[in-house]
Design a protein around this ligand. Structure first.
Ligand code: 3HC
Length: 311
């Protein structure tokens, strides 16, 4: 019996078609998806903190309105992704508990501080740009609910990237101080943005299996290279440089060569020893605890509605 189900699963993956929640799937496939989708959802929610830090200090009503819209989008992305994870039998409540107890990961990039207003632009341009490189292939991931969530996320992500780039372009056409602020921000975020794609392929324990299952469509290094190649002309148009002396076009490869990220720093940040890890988790825990009364009230209201419907 199992072999027939297994064969059907393998055939569906081989045809690059979607596995849906009610289809049989290997336990390892389900666990990998819960792990990745949960961490993706956590990243969206924690990712609201760094740039949210600048909402009250945005320099104009227009910038404040754009930033508010973007941060709200991230919350919505988290919602889609928790909903996709719930189709695999986990609940957002338990995933949130694991997150605030430090038992689940989220993207390393959000453990870096946003020290200047230019960071709002740099996060849009580079962090959301990296996220787009990573999320566009995920639109074709083999698990239906995840791939479909990505289609909507990617449309909104391109707005996030454009608004960040336009913000930086405006600052680059301003004063010397504004140009210096942009360059300093890019210098701080460039290497952590490259680390978002994960460890090098040879140090990635999950990539091979995730590729075989069609969960990942490209390896970490492929997407990192794609991001570097995309970002160099954008930096030139902006008039900023990247803090990597080894970054240069390699005509033979048809790609840019670039230096090695600091993988020790990456491991430290993933382990919880980054500049802002404790602050991000504490903030998320406080929001969860402060919001408990809202959840209780909503559940009580839903119970009363059900009783009224039965009466
Ligand atoms: N931050 C934290 N942990 C990371 C990481 C990162 N940047 N990159 C890798 N890791 C972890 C992995 O989770 C894995 O640990 P685990 O087995 O305990 O989960 C370990 O390091 C080894 O890495 P692998 O490459 O083997 O792991 P994956 O196959 O899961 O690949 C990934 C990592 C490429 C991040 C993949 O999980 C993925 O594509 N995730 C979905 C996309 C995502 O989460 N993006 C995060 C940014 S979301 C965002 O930017 C929002 C935007 O709106 C700003």
């Amino acid at each position: 019996q199992l072999s027939a189900l297994e064969t059907r699963f393998e055939d569906t993956i081989a045809r690059s078609e979607r596995i849906e929640p009610r289809d049989w799937m290997p336990e390892g496939y389900r666990k990998t998806l819960v792990r990745q989708i949960a961490q993706h959802a956590h990243s969206e929610i924690i990712g609201m903190q760094p740039e949210g830090n600048w909402i009250t200090r945005a320099p104009s009503l227009r910038r404040k309105a754009i930033l508010l819209a973007k941060v709200q989008d991230e919350a919505g992305h988290g919602l889609y992704l928790y909903s996709a994870a719930e189709t695999l039998g986990v609940s957002r409540g338990e995933l949130t508990e694991m997150l605030i107890e430090g038992r689940q990961k989220y993207s390393s990039i959000f453990n870096y501080p946003t020290l200047s207003y230019a960071d709002v632009g740099t996060i849009g341009w580079l962090v959301d740009g990296a996220a787009i490189c990573n999320q566009v292939p995920l639109c074709r991931t083999s698990y239906g609910p995840y791939g479909r969530a990505m289609i909507r996320v990617c449309k909104e992500e391109s707005f996030h990237q454009r608004q960040g780039y336009e913000l930086l372009m405006t600052m680059m056409q301003g004063t010397d101080e504004q140009r210096a602020m942009v360059q300093e921000s890019v210098d701080r975020f460039w290497w952590p943005a490259l680390m978002m794609f994960g460890p090098p392929d040879e140090d990635s324990p999950n990539t091979a299996q995730s590729m075989a299952w069609g969960i990942k469509r490209n390896t970490n290094d492929d997407l990192r290279q794609r991001f570097v190649d995309m970002s160099v002309p954008q930096a030139e148009a902006l008039g900023v440089t990247f803090p990597d002396p080894d970054l240069k076009w390699n005509a033979e490869r048809g790609h840019h060569d670039f230096g090695e990220p600091d993988w020790e720093e990456f491991m430290q940040v993933v382990k919880g020893n980054g500049p802002c890890n404790a602050q991000r988790i504490a903030h998320r825990r406080a929001a969860h605890e402060d919001g408990a009364w809202v959840r209780e009230a909503a559940l009580a209201f839903a119970d009363r509605q059900r009783e009224a419907a039965r009466a």
